[in-house]
Write a protein that binds this ligand. Structure first.
Ligand SMILES: [Fe+2]
Length: 137
């Protein structure tokens, strides 16, 4: 990562940094077995995929409340509750893309970060790998 990317990474909570490093570690292991994959791109995506969460800090209680409200509202939380933290929780992919765009990151990286929770896109190998290890960790 360059200095600007590292600066952004350092704004993640320690818990989110640890999660991102675990995702990167698994992806590195996976890529070593599969040399057709752009490992550098995927490692950067692993470390920066949740960077949109730095826009508005969410603590463990916020996340628990959001998950609970989402369950109560049967998945319609965004319709029933208008709140900036809920917006960040559900749109941190897009917000992350915008943050990374400002520091002129590669388009491939922007794509992976923006869509890492979009399960409608399944024909992108890098995205599939990132989503798999994101979920696992
Ligand atoms: Fe995420």
């Amino acid at each position: 990562m360059n200095v600007k990317e590292l600066e952004l990474f350092s704004k993640l909570s320690i818990q989110e940094q640890k999660h991102s490093i675990r995702v990167a570690y698994d992806i590195k292991f996976f890529c070593k077995e599969n040399n057709k994959i752009d490992m550098d791109l995927l490692l950067k995506a692993a470390l920066l995929h949740d960077i949109g969460k730095t826009y508005k800090k969410l603590n463990l209680i916020d996340k628990s409340v959001i998950v609970l409200l989402n369950s109560i509202s049967k998945g319609n939380i965004k319709r029933f509750f208008k709140n900036e933290k809920i917006n960040v929780y559900y749109n941190h992919g897009r917000i992350g893309r915008e943050l990374l765009e400002r520091i002129k990151c590669d388009k491939e990286l922007l794509y992976l970060v923006e869509h890492h929770h979009n399960f409608e896109i399944y024909n992108n190998l890098g995205l599939n790998i990132l989503r798999f290890y994101d979920k696992k960790n």
